[in-house]
Design a protein around this ligand. Structure first.
Ligand code: GLP
Length: 246
């Protein structure tokens, strides 16, 4: 695991976007694992700008997303499919047929197997972009006694529902279950790029950067098992997580 401490969240996002753009410039057929949530929005904005400027083309890029809420169709404006269309896919030259966001409705076993297959189809992702939940979750792999290797349905924790309520009319509106990549699906990517900001993430990040322990109680610590995982945080979060040089 490689820690990158930037001056600001804006700089973290530019760093991440430029890493992704450089990968696509080098490998135009790159496969990206993508994330939702508030954190990656400026990353997607910068990628869209680079695409408009003709500096990067997504014409041959393939993508697979981490997760989707159960019970929401891709047309629902709270779904992660909709999020991806709004913040990235509609703003770049990607072929929608080359994008995969898990299906949140219909037979759950079928949807999980389809997500497992999408992760491996044509090879594992060249890069997996990640955010992190306040309890350390990645994708929707919630902190727990055990974690799950493959795609599965996760019962969302009260803290996750509370944190994501800001995207809905109220916490009652937040789906309580989600389909998510499992830990193996995430860790099989050739490279991982986790971006985090905000003091709410300090405890999760502390467990990631302050020791060499791996614990299911803080799922992001599993990134320590990956040889090429970059963790990008700003100086304010690094200080809150007890990083001595911040
Ligand atoms: C959701 C997503 C995660 C994301 C997390 C943090 O739960 N499933 O992939 O990392 O939220 O989101 P935010 O970036 O809004 O803090």
């Amino acid at each position: 695991m490689n820690l990158i401490v930037t001056e600001s969240y804006a700089e973290s996002c530019l760093y991440a976007a430029h890493q992704i753009a450089a990968l696509i410039q080098q490998t135009p057929t790159a496969k990206l694992g993508l994330a939702t949530g508030g954190t990656p929005v400026p990353i997607y904005r910068e990628l869209a700008r680079l695409c408009r400027a003709g500096e990067v083309s997504f014409a041959k890029v393939r993508t697979v997303n981490l997760d989707e809420y159960c019970g929401l169709t891709g047309q629902n404006d709270q779904s992660y499919r909709h999020f991806m269309e709004k913040h990235l896919f509609s703003k770049i030259d990607i072929d929608t047929a080359n994008t995969y966001v898990a299906c949140g409705v219909g037979d759950e076993q079928t949807n999980c197997r389809a997500l497992d297959e999408a992760v491996l189809a044509g090879g594992v992702p060249d890069l997996q972009l990640l955010g992190v939940g306040t309890n350390g979750h990645i994708g929707f792999n919630e902190a727990s006694e055990t974690l799950t290797a493959h795609a599965h349905i996760e019962q969302l924790s009260a803290t996750t529902i509370a944190a994501n309520a800001r995207f809905f009319a109220g916490s009652d509106e937040v789906p309580t279950r989600a389909i998510t990549m499992g830990m193996q699906n995430i860790l099989c990517a050739r490279r991982i790029l986790l971006v985090a900001t905000g003091k709410a993430k300090a405890e999760a990040i502390r467990g990631l950067i302050q020791n060499d322990d791996v614990t299911t109680r803080n799922p992001c610590t599993f990134l320590k098992l990956h040889p090429f995982a970059d963790v990008v945080i700003d100086r304010t979060l690094a200080a809150a997580a007890g990083w001595p040089d911040a």
